[in-house]
Design a protein around this ligand. Structure first.
Ligand SMILES: [Zn+2]
Length: 308
């Protein structure tokens, strides 16, 4: 083929690609390297802290997820940092926070992030410590509150079928109930332990050390934590400097199969071990809660061993 003709044919494609990679006002931005369509139709449970499967990521690929928000004092800072670097993340919302700050949920959507769900009240006793009906009611109420905040209406199923358990405390019955509705269950592959009181510098250091070791994965952070909000801009710069690439999870349209990696032999669930260790304390809270009328109490500042 004539070289000029070939160049002319390729130009529009290259032009589109170049434009897609451009981040307005920030030519050196980290950016979002690719999106993965995540299909939740077939009993999706991913994140190797809890489940023996996760997204098939290449070395150096990172999925950023933020739990427990939105909270005006900190979520805005996180969103500003993500916007500056043109990085897309997934937010697992707490319904009562969505209800209190619908504008922030709408901003997350407008800026291209994925909005998933993380229960209504983030029960202090964890889902595993509630009765099955109380847990279902809280999760359902969370779907409704998040979708009302995001879209101004809520149907019988959440528009984005992504759910993460508070404290990763699942039960077989709840898993079947959610998966049976086509809702995917999202754990994490690594975290910054940002529920533990630390400086922003230490939080960043903990996460980068783990990322360098693991090389990739779905990362859990909390946009409700000051120490996290204060370090996200630096985290994104550091990821760029070390050659990490951002992958954005989006709900699959149609019959897409999502490639998954399976954990090596000998894998065990780290979060299950944490929950088992804390079970006596969870039961003690449950007993106190049952003696009081009303809704499950909100989770307060997390203890050193608890995963929020
Ligand atoms: Zn949480």
């Amino acid at each position: 083929m004539n070289r000029l003709l070939l160049a002319a044919l390729l130009m529009p494609t290259l032009g589109t690609l170049a434009m897609a990679e451009t981040c307005p006002g920030n030519p050196d931005a980290l950016g979002t390297s690719r999106s993965i369509e995540v299909s939740t139709k077939h009993d999706l449970r991913i994140g190797q802290k809890t489940y023996p499967q996760t997204l098939a990521l290449e070395k150096g690929e990172v999925v950023l997820t933020f739990d427990d928000g939105p909270l005006p004092a900190t979520t805005r800072t996180v969103l500003d940092a993500l916007a500056h670097e043109c990085v897309k993340a997934t937010f697992f919302l707490v319904g009562r926070n969505s209800k209190a700050s619908p504008d922030l949920v709408k901003r997350e959507l407008r800026e291209g992030h994925t909005v998933g769900h993380h229960s209504f009240s983030h029960p202090a006793v964890t889902m595993a410590g509630l009765s099955d009906s109380a847990a279902r009611a809280d999760i359902e109420r969370g779907f409704q509150a998040d979708d009302m905040a995001a879209y101004g209406s809520a149907g019988s199923e959440p528009r984005v079928p992504f759910f993460r358990y508070p404290g990763f405390a699942d039960t077989p019955d709840l898993n079947s109930w959610l998966n049976g509705r086509g809702i995917g269950i999202f754990g994490a592959d690594l975290w910054a332990s940002d529920w533990v009181e630390m400086t922003p510098e230490k939080t960043l250091d903990v996460l980068m050390t783990r990322l360098r070791h693991q090389g990739k994965g779905i990362v859990l952070l909390h946009d409700t934590r000051h120490q996290t909000a204060a370090m996200v801009a630096r985290l994104l710069r550091q990821l760029k400097a070390e050659g990490f690439r951002i992958v954005h999870m989006v709900p699959a349209q149609g019959d897409t199969t999502t490639p998954l990696d399976t954990a090596p032999a000998g894998w065990t669930s780290e979060t299950e071990a944490i929950i088992r260790k804390n079970w006596p304390a969870i039961l003690a809270i449950k007993k106190r809660e049952e003696q009081k009328p009303g809704q499950p109490r909100a989770s307060s500042a997390a203890g050193a061993e608890k995963v929020n």
